[in-house]
Design a protein around this ligand. Sequence first.
Ligand SMILES: *Cc1c(COP(=O)(O)O)cnc(C)c1O
Length: 377
Amino acid sequence: MMTLELSAKIARIPDYPAAARYGRAEQIAMLASNESPYPPIPEVREAIERAISGINRYPDPRSSALRSKLSERCGVQEGRIAIGNGSCDILLAAGEALLEPGAEVIYAWPSFSVYPHLAAASGARAIAVPTDEEDRHDLEAMAEEITVATRLVLICNPNNPTSTALPLAQIAGFLQQVPYEVCVILDEAYCEYNLLDDPDASIELLEEHPNLVLLRTFSKAYGLCGLRVGYALCGSEDLPRAVDKVRQPFFCNAIAEAAATEALNHQDVVAERVTATIAERISVDERLRALGLQPADSQANFCWFELAGPISGGRAERSEQELAQAGRREAATVEGLAGRGILVRAGTSLGRPGALRVTYGTREEDELFLDALASLL
Ligand SMILES: *Cc1c(COP(=O)(O)O)cnc(C)c1O
């Protein structure tokens, strides 16, 4: 029973769909959260060890070491880089800094499960634009939703949970249609896995678009999600200043900063691991197709597919009954996989009943998943 009198927004804010069964001992393949299957390299462990000896002191509130290394690597001035306790920290702070009742935020759906939180927390209006039949952002439809009330547009590229990406040229074309005072956050959590464009090509767009923010993270390709550190490369200093105003002063802990700074010295390892994941992507998707499934064209470290295969008449045509049936099939499959120690993400919690989102793991994990899925189908 609720006894506290909470602010109205608490009823509006959705719960984050946490992966099921965290903390159970018998998990053998954790494929539900798009994590890296690879442990930290020795150099990162050593940097963490060194940072431990200083944790009686507060961390550097400017995260200067990390910011300076990112600036050097990306060619973006330090004042235009925001650091966060994970990139979600920057995302939520951006929502707080940009949105209020009467304002509007536009994003695709299905997309990252944190986005609905921004409108709910601020009282702004959320405009969720359905992805197209190929599970990609429909940028034309999104552009049509821009009004004088629009403060923020979110583009997730590659998109979580649908795994698809848009060519950067299309995003550049979209940016031309956005008024200069409207912030566009391009969430590039998975950019390292995207083969459509050079992952750093988007940085060039910052020069032409001061309203653009590239949101990136050490949680995925860099394999540091347990430490929580992300960053934003921005077209101007406005957003870094604004998010620093709405957050507590020490948003990046000393150990996370040290690990991320060191990880940037090992791009060869990142590249090797990304290549291994892309090899898994090719072979898992091939096996899924052999099972009669149609995975979306993944440019990320996870696949996305509907258990029922292609839907005649298109997705919009599905009846309540078909949706309920798809949801039951999905729940039974997720449960069956979990019973074999394989954790995947159910589409219902991500906005698409009947779909599964499965992270590419190691060869062994992926084999276990595919064999289990084949036996369940
Ligand atoms: C995983 C993910 C992030 C990263 O979140 P962190 O807070 O940096 O761990 C951001 N955006 C999307 C779309 C993601 O899937």
